[in-house]
Write a protein of this length. Sequence first.
Length: 367
Amino acid sequence: MTRRESSSTDSYTHRSHTSVSRGESASLVERPPGPVEPGRVAIAALKASSDAVRGEVARLAALAGVEVAHSRAAIESGAVLRIIEVPGTTSQVEASFHPSYAPYFARGKVRIALPEQAEDLLELMLAAGSTRRGIIVGVVGAHGGAGCSTLASWLARGLGETDATGLIDLDPLSLGIERGLGVHKSPGLRWADLPESSGALVPGRLNAALPRLDDMHVLSADERGAVPLSGASGERAIAALSQVNAVTVLDLPREVIEVDSSARGWLEWCDVLVIVTHATSRGLRHARRVLQRVPEGTVPVVVINGTSGGAETAAIAVELGFERVVPLRRLRNLEQDLEHGVRLGDRRRCNTARDVSRIQAMCLELV
């Protein structure tokens, strides 16, 4: 396996290359990710007695955002990546993928010296980690001013109180979604800090470098720039943060609805798509159009922002011919709250908070 001369395990990106395994070569192709399953086997398993090897593997696993099991049973069972210390050495391991993953990864074993060839083991961990991901919830406005960013932020705030959660601002025109969460002055990376390269983002390192509130990590735009609409930056971020978070919420631009848009790929990552609209004839026409363009495999939910409640929502469901329609009652004085430092989700007893909690629970139940 060839070492890279210019990259570092302390960077946020990692440039993939071809893996060579004892004379046999194959590309490290990502397996299509699937939702994390409770009680699943570890992504990586390690058999080693050396503290130095254990420590280095643990460091790399934290960067890659993967679990490592330390047991013979894990080695012999279904762990995606198996790492075994070479007998008679204190700094070398042999790494191999489980045979079940042979269609996706290189076969055979490769010997790696640690820490000198840590980059190679990190690449294998990143590839193995790509086989598993958390739930991805997209939020998109059916029309301008629907309240998409507010709902996405509030949903992520609620989810982050109980589970590791990522929130990604994917609006190319955004100036940032952090203000409503009170983390706009917090240190951490924003879109302008991420390099536009073809390398994969290192999940654990990126997640730890973002502004956070409770267990919610936010990748947002700021006055320096937002996510590029073209290129792979958005998908790289989704892939990385969904690998290390139980749920990742995407604040999506309306461009994702257009089948020929370069942003369409972001929508196709979503397990659930929350479509936010107003209870106007124009709003419902736009919502119906979005529903017609939801990709196969993504479960849509329509949220009526500003509705008076259940009866109106039920009538709208009949009009749309779609049953998963839920209300989002208006929060009075939202702008005043934000001006006075009251964050989205701080008010727990209002009707809006109860509606957001219901939407949150529905998203998790639908996956």
